[in-house]
Design a protein around this ligand. Structure first.
Ligand code: SAH
Length: 347
């Protein structure tokens, strides 16, 4: 076990066989060593800094039907909403006032937001806040569309690969295609975005082999950002009766990701805070270095319910900002409100 962890720590690489062995045999002692290595690696590249990004969930309308997701097309119980350009800009303004220099615009795959509307929106945000980065998380679009949004000023794009196992992917995404999503990640890299991939932990039927495939895929893709969170079942989805992922297994995957991609921007996700009141702090302590507090208007937050029990839906953005800072400093880290680009990235 120790040679595998030492290799990860010193060379930032591994093999599928070694990673599988590690996942199958990790005892508490080895886990402690893994977490201390991942923590040391983050200290080396980022010190104790944790970047904050303001998350704006601007539409919960979605044309896809992902089995795990609470806002899937067939969930007729969702009260669907769309924020207008002015409402989104107001969120950015509030965010800017609170010090945020990255706005993450996330939505379902909502056809209302055409390239034209998005270009107009991104242009307006960039004109008003030239010092801020715009991150998009809008799902799969065409190469041409990604290019137009990039040309309008979008800096980054989050598109989790969800799982790197084709069979599992196809079972969970009835009307999507495994290869299309991976192709989208390639397009985004080619165009010049800072790209975020990532996956869920604890999906129904997911094995250690699947998780190893996720790690090897990330190592090959080398994205600037990686979003990893536990799967949390939502009552109005086909996966309602399944068990979700655990905080502990997610921490292990975060730590391994930090070791394989030492400079990656790695969020401590809201899903971690949902499963465990201290879940986000725990993630930061094993190598996560980004937190994405909510900037959406309080009135719509509960409607963007990807999974049950999502936290912070009743809190004003200003409250979230203060709460998160307290948590980060309480855990022994420091908030960094800068744009927080990936160290190797140049536009
Ligand atoms: N429509 C965009 C944004 C998706 S929502 C897209 O396609 O990329 C952001 C992420 O939430 C998803 O990528 C997925 O990994 C995660 N998610 C969705 N449902 C979830 C659930 N039930 N539990 C945990 N994470 C979930």
């Amino acid at each position: 076990m120790k040679p595998i962890l030492d290799d990860l720590y010193h060379k930032n690489e591994s093999t599928p066989e070694r990673l599988l062995y590690l996942l199958e045999h990790l005892d508490s002692e080895a886990q402690e060593l893994l977490f201390s290595y991942s923590h040391q690696t983050r200290l080396k590249h980022y010190g104790r800094q944790v970047y904050l990004r303001g998350l704006i969930e601007f539409s919960n309308v979605c044309g896809r039907n992902c089995h795990y997701c609470g806002i899937r097309r067939d969930n007729l119980n969702v009260d669907r909403y769309r924020l207008s350009r002015e409402e989104i800009l107001a969120c950015c303004r509030e965010g800017h006032r609170l010090g945020y220099r990255t706005y993450v615009l996330q939505s379902g795959e909502d056809p209302y937001y055409t390239d034209e509307r998005l270009v107009e929106l991104i242009t307006a945000i960039k004109a008003e806040f030239p010092d801020a980065a715009v991150t998009l998380s809008l799902g799969e679009r065409s190469y041409d569309s990604y290019q137009r949004l990039f040309d309008a000023g979008a800096d980054r794009y989050l598109l989790r690969h969800e799982t790197a196992s084709e069979g599992l992917y196809q079972r969970l995404h009835p009307d999507s295609n495994f290869h299309d999503r991976r192709q989208c990640l390639k397009y985004l890299q080619e165009i010049g975005y800072q790209v975020g991939a990532g996956f869920m932990v604890g999906l129904p039927g997911q094995t250690h082999e699947d998780l190893v495939r996720d790690l090897m895929f990330l190592k090959m893709l080398e994205p600037e950002m990686v979003g990893i969170g536990p799967f949390i079942p939502h009552g109005q989805t086909p996966l309602a009766e399944f068990k979700g992922g655990t905080v502990e297994k997610t921490l292990i995957m975060l730590a391994l990701t930090r070791l394989l991609l030492p400079e990656v921007l790695l969020p401590s996700t809201t899903a971690m805070g949902t499963l465990d009141p201290l879940g986000r702090e725990k993630a930061i302590k094993v190598g996560a270095n980004v937190v994405m507090p909510n900037l959406s208007p309080v009135g719509v937050r509960e409607k963007y319910e990807l999974y049950v029990g999502k936290i912070c839906t009743g809190d004003e953005s200003a409250h979230c900002r203060v709460c998160i800072e307290k948590r980060i400093s309480g855990a022994g880290f420091e908030v960094n409100m800068g744009r927080g680009d990936h160290p190797s990235w140049r536009r």
